[in-house]
Ligand binder design. Structure first.
Ligand code: OXD
Ligand code: MN
Length: 598
């Protein structure tokens, strides 16, 4: 029982005095608890029961209309020194943040129930794993935490008599963006979040603990917390590899993590270890090992179909919490990109009547499913392995309509770190703000790195230096468009064609063409059997235009300088080397790169 753990009991007591709930409920992760919470949520209108014949165990939650995405401008890293948070974070001094938030938490749970949720991030019995305790006044948050993390006894056992756990305090407050703050106190291993019920702001095990605070801990303890999927791939010859991939929010990590090999690539097997977060540690064997700290998936719903992601589509047919999708008259759900055509009538994500003639979307573009990893047909047998899985390749991907080729390979770990550091992507609906604007998103971690990113790049280099057999690092872009504005690359299951080349490179084969930015596949190195991809499309997908790139490199200067003294010298070196290689290539003879075979 969590109530018997002295440090937890003391903290809960302190927070009860501050927030004055009517009732305190200690959560144990049991089925009885789930059933009770669901019943109460349905009675309170916080969950809508869906058609239990067609979608057993599934419920719909509609959030407040102004609380549907992460609010990065209200998210703070609260350290003593501003410099420790870096130019990549909003900063408040820890003392100011406490001063500002304490009055908001004061009495915030009056008339409400306070839930105490002990949870474990990472497999039971793993040296990777970390314990958190979330205090919240939201039943929806408890129900989601029970899916996304390992709740109850398993966490308490891992903690033992230690008081080393992350203190995660959450209250819905009045849900007003005016009084919404998500504050991280890395020096005290604590998060305070008030005024939002949205996943990334309220399920504090996920972005707040497993990325922002964990990245800080990783820096201290010699490991990495990354915004990466983890995927196992077995070749037709039976050789097994694991890769990780960092893409910004809503750029297809869940789809790639659950990839189904196309019929024209028989014998391949893909297994999901994680879809959003990887914790990575150098192993005694000089390789980099990864675990997924989460126990479930909190995925973007629109665009999920039997065609795009059959594993995801199948796993969300039962025991799933849907947030902000449309409701059909028969008590089933619908969203843009569903296999079924638009229903003649439905209720939209806000519960308003909707028809195909409506000008607004039926489901919110950032509507989500929450589902246990165990329900995924492609879940890896290594998912619960406390040792993790050894990583052969790491991908940095982004959404870029122009300039960036389908795939290219870094020269080494340091150059790979530079590729990650200079990642930029067109924005999506996962965060509040304009969609489709180009923004820098180093390692897809801009919203999630809990400390100065200059120091973070240095930490990447330090981790690499400990690896005798580092993963190879690649950059990918599934989103390049042709002159007609349409995507050139088929994506989804066909992404395996790119992964195949990447694994060949890891095994020392795979044909490459050297370019100033790194090695790209030769025209026929990507397996196109069974597709209708033309030579011409392939040439555009792989095109590297040195003049265009020289411009991009120029644009990186201000960004790199923004880290001042914190930027490692090696990143400046990589930047200068790239600029030199590009200017050399800008002679006509070199414009198309030199074929060096492999
Ligand atoms: C997420 C995100 O919810 O990145 O995973 O926004
Ligand atoms: Mn994410």
């Amino acid at each position: 029982m969590a109530g018997q753990h002295p440090a937890i009991a003391r903290w809960v007591d302190e927070i009860s005095k501050l927030t004055t709930p009517d009732r305190v409920v200690w959560c144990d992760g049991s089925e009885a608890e789930r059933n009770r919470l669901i019943q109460e949520s349905v009675a309170a209108g916080e969950l809508i029961e869906l058609n239990q014949q067609k979608l057993p165990g599934c419920y719909l939650h509609r959030s407040a209309t102004h609380d549907v995405a992460r609010t990065e401008h209200l998210t703070f890293v609260c350290t003593r020194e501003k410099d420790d948070a870096g130019p990549n974070n909003n900063w408040m001094s820890a003392a100011d943040a406490r001063g500002k938030l304490s009055p908001l938490f004061k009495g915030a749970m009056k008339g409400r129930t306070m839930y105490v949720v002990p949870f474990l991030m990472g497999p039971a019995g793993s040296k990777f794993s970390k314990v958190g305790v979330e205090i919240t006044d939201s039943k929806y948050v408890v129900l989601n935490m029970r899916i996304m993390t390992r709740v109850g006894q398993v966490a308490l056992e891992h903690l033992g008599s230690s008081d080393d756990f992350t203190r995660c305090l959450h209250s819905l407050g009045d849900l007003s963006p005016e009084r919404r703050f998500i504050c991280h106190f890395p020096e005290e291993n604590t998060v305070w979040s008030i005024g939002s019920g949205y996943g990334g702001n309220a399920l504090l095990g996920k972005k707040c603990m497993a990325l922002r605070l964990a990245s800080w801990l990783g820096k201290k303890e010699g490991w990495l917390a990354e915004h990466m999927l983890i995927l196992g791939l077995t070749t037709p010859e039976g050789k097994k590899h694991y890769i990780t991939a960092a893409f910004p929010s809503a750029c297809g990590k869940t789809n790639l993590a659950m990839l189904v090999p196309p019929p024209s690539m028989p014998g391949w097997k893909a297994e999901t270890v994680g879809d959003d977060i990887a914790w990575l540690r150098p192993g005694d064997d000089g390789r980099l090992w990864a675990v997924n700290p989460e126990a479930g998936f909190f995925g973007v719903v629109p665009g999920t179909s039997r065609k795009t992601n059959p594993n995801a589509f199948d796993m969300i047919q039962r025991d799933t919490i849907y947030t902000n999708v449309a409701l059909r008259p028969d008590g089933t759900v619908w969203w843009e990109g569903h296999d079924d055509p638009a229903p003649p009538e439905a209720l939209d994500w806000q519960g308003r009547p909707w028809t195909p003639a409506s000008t607004e979307k039926a489901a919110h573009p950032n509507s989500r499913f929450t589902v246990a990893a165990a329900q995924c047909a492609s879940i890896s047998p290594e998912f619960e392995n406390p040792k993790g899985v050894p990583i052969d390749a790491m991908l940095f991907g982004a959404r870029r309509q122009r300039r960036v080729p389908l795939v290219y390979e870094s020269r080494n770990w340091q150059h790979g770190t530079f590729l990650g550091a200079t990642l930029s992507s067109e924005t999506t609906a996962a965060a509040t703000g304009k969609v489709g604007v180009l923004r820098r998103d180093p390692m897809a971690m801009l919203p999630f790195c809990g400390y100065n990113m200059g120091d973070y790049f240095a930490h990447w280099l330090a981790v690499g230096a400990k690896l005798a057999k580092p993963p190879k690092i690649f950059r990918t872009n599934w989103f390049r468009t042709g002159d007609n504005g349409k995507f050139l690359w088929p994506g989804f299951g066909d992404n395996l064609r790119v992964l195949k080349w990447i694994l060949e490179r890891c095994d020392g084969t795979g044909e490459v063409l050297e370019t100033p930015i790194g090695c790209i596949p030769t025209k026929n190195a990507i397996d196109r059997k069974g597709t209708d991809l033309s030579d011409e499309a392939m040439a555009t997908l792989l095109k590297v235009d040195p003049a265009e790139w020289a411009e991009a490199v120029h644009g990186q200067e201000d960004f790199l300088s923004s880290f001042g003294e914190h930027l490692p010298e090696e990143m400046r070196e990589e930047h200068a080397d790239l600029a030199n290689r590009l200017s050399d290539a800008m002679t006509p003879a070199d414009l198309r790169g030199r074929d060096t075979g492999h």
